[in-house]
Ligand binder design. Structure first.
Ligand code: NZQ
Ligand code: ZN
Length: 408
């Protein structure tokens, strides 16, 4: 196991009816900006619950900013940041999924980047763009934020990262800062019952791939992280099928929600190598073709595993054995290659069973899509991906070529 530090200060408040805890969690005298997405929070009544809780206990001034898109848009977020400065907001409350929480983290970070000489403190578009390009690494102040999660998927509710999309520049870029760990996140699983099936399945797949990108590299004898990761994968396989068969089952929803949070709160990624190739190539597919985040991952992951199966061989065999119970000692003894291929095919079939695409063809894309993706990877300096930093543009190209149609 490699050396590591682990720090995660996010208070998790889990369970039905817990939104009312906002009256204690948000400072009594705060100037709060509630941020939300395209309308689901209003429609489902979650926003009303939030408003009611904030009006209890104390003397908060509450403002609202709606319209944060899935794959949150840079320009929209800067409007929210301007509102933060206009009203001297000192607490952001994100109500929604990964897009709203990520977007609010970005707002929290960039609202201090005002034009040097303007009295009304609008945020400098250039400074904010430069900050995003450098992953927000050099920003040293941020507004406090909390979250009410309505879709289990990204782990944003318990981590310090985010992803922002800039459509005009055709860029979807990640950022990270210890300043944007939420002060708290409320996880009420009943809120997920209103999700369309597509979003539920997207969430299961996103969490699955988060675990895989921290697990499927090479062994460093990290037994806690490996066993934890394998358990999370098995739960997602089981509960993915369960939620499809019985979407109203709250116990299933609870398990999916907590698993997705645990998948990307830093714990299983401590002290182990990581490979975020699938996500980084996937971001380019979203920004060029508007494919849902999770669906880019299910298209790419099988090809990443096939392309890199030599360097990932030990972990692939462990994955086959411990997650898919493929027994190398059974009577029908298979060689290593066929064990690995069986595990990858089972992974693909799992994605398919959730109604997710496993090839570019499934999203009506052909080989003409590849060159522009490679160009964008180069423009965003995604040229040394993977646990060894060996995945250059040629490797990414081969991964994309393998993804044109499903191999299974
Ligand atoms: O916008 P509204 O109307 O709210 O509708 C949303 C949106 O259309 C809807 N929705 C959310 N909760 C609902 C609901 N509909 C009905 N009932 C509810 N309870 O769901 C749609 C998708 O929402 P979104 O927030 O985009 O989904 P998700 O949580 O999957 O977030 C995806 C974003 O997170 C980023 C992705 O790149 C993408 O931009 N990621 C963030 C990560 C992080 N911060 O660590 C890691 C991930 O890898 C991921 O990259
Ligand atoms: Zn993801």
């Amino acid at each position: 196991m490699n050396n590591f530090q682990y720090y995660n200060p996010v208070r998790i408040v889990f369970g039905e009816g817990q939104i009312e805890q906002l009256s204690d969690l948000v400072p009594n005298d705060a100037k709060v900006l509630i941020t939300y997405g395209g309308g689901s929070a209003e429609r489902t009544g979650t926003l009303d619950e939030v408003r009611k809780a904030l009006a209890t206990n104390g003397n908060r001034e509450v403002f609202e900013f709606g319209g944060i898109e899935p794959n949150p848009e840079f320009n929209t977020l800067l409007k929210a940041a301007d509102m933060v400065n206009e009203h001297n907001i000192d607490f952001l409350l994100a109500v929604g999924g990964g897009s709203v929480i990520d977007g609010s983290k970005f707002v929290a970070l960039v609202s201090s980047l005002t034009e040097d000489d303007n009295a009304d403190r609008t945020v400098s578009r250039e400074k904010a763009w430069d900050a995003l390009l450098s992953g927000c690494a050099n920003i040293d102040t941020a507004i406090d934020l909390g979250a009410v999660l309505t879709i289990p998927a990204t782990g944003s509710e318990m981590n310090n990262g985010g992803v922002v999309n800039h459509s005009e520049r055709q860029a979807k870029l990640p950022f990270r800062s210890p300043l944007v760990f939420p002060k708290f996140s409320i996880l009420d699983p009943t809120k997920t019952l209103t999700l369309p099936e597509r979003q539920v399945m997207n969430g299961v797949a996103d969490a699955f791939v988060h675990v895989m990108e921290q697990y499927l590299t090479y062994p460093v004898n990290a037994k806690v992280q490996d066993a934890f990761a394998e358990s999370l994968l098995k739960i997602l396989i089981e509960e993915g099928a369960a939620v499809k068969a019985d979407p109203e089952n709250l116990e299933t929803r609870k398990n999916i929600m907590w698993t997705a949070t645990m998948a990307l709160n830093g714990l299983i990624g401590t002290g182990v190598p990581q490979d975020w190739t699938t996500h980084m190539v996937g971001h380019e597919l979203t920004s060029l073709h508007s494919i849902d985040h999770a669906r880019t991952l299910t298209i790419l992951l099988p090809s990443v595993l096939r392309e890199l199966k030599e360097s990932k061989k030990d972990k692939l065999l462990q994955y086959a054995r411990n997650v898919w119970a493929i027994d190398s000692n059974s009577d029908t003894k298979q060689d290593d290659d066929s064990i690995i291929e069986t595990a990858i095919v089972k992974t693909e079939n799992f994605f398919r069973s959730l109604g997710l695409p496993v090839s570019l063809a499934d999203e009506k894309l052909d080989e003409s899509a590849i060159d522009p993706i490679i160009k964008q990877l180069e423009a965003h300096n995604m040229v040394k991906l993977g646990e060894h930093g060996n995945n250059d543009l040629e490797v990414s190209r081969r991964i994309l070529e393998r993804s044109l149609t499903s191999a299974a």
